[in-house]
Design a protein around this ligand. Sequence first.
Ligand code: PGA
Length: 250
Amino acid sequence: MTPPTPLIAGNWKMNGTGPALVEARAIADAADVAGVRLALCPPATLVERMSREAAGSRLEIGGQDCHADASGAFTGDVSAEMLREAGARLVILGHSERRAGYGETDALITAKALAALRAGLEPIICVGETRAEREEGRALAVVTRQIRGSLPAELAGKPFTVAYEPVWAIGTGLTPTLEDIAEVHHAIRATLKDMFGEAGAAPAILYGGSVKPGNAAEILALPEVGGALVGGASLKAADFLAIVAGAPKA
Ligand code: PGA
């Protein structure tokens, strides 16, 4: 099976209003890079406008979360179908800020992944250990348990992506050693193959957590690292494009 095409995805989190679209436009204009996929996941309020900015370019747009249901009495929520209609093609699910801040469980993330499939969105499902879990030597156990718990069997053969984001590396400037990143990515790949058979070789496994132009190339060159989920450094086109430039191309 051919290795997955690397994906560099930006997660804008709760950042960005209309004027920030100029950054997305600059990324869209530079997105015609062979052998690598580029994506931006803005706040829900910008998905439609950013999709219009990206129209005709290779920049893909995603949401940052979705509800498991298509519609209903869920004040404040956005469904996968709504994101899709607004132009999204991807959706981040199970980010640690949602697992920790909103009590999202593996079971809920599974339901959201099914919603993404129903709506034709490619889920980017996030996993990662806390600092305490790493210090206790439980990183691999936690991450593989999250993979088994958060990925429905229905994903077999469908386009989806996994992102390994150690909680303690997000927004802190800290990153695991290259050896530790490689070890976790190998464990994730082995788990995906165990769950999905040969189809488990297809999904890209992204690394996320304090990826920036200065460290991206060495992380992205590791075996089984199929791209990056970039937070802070995705807000400026120059930084994001510098990370893309350092990515190996398929
Ligand atoms: P960061 O965030 O790059 O700002 O550390 C990554 C993420 O939360 O996806």
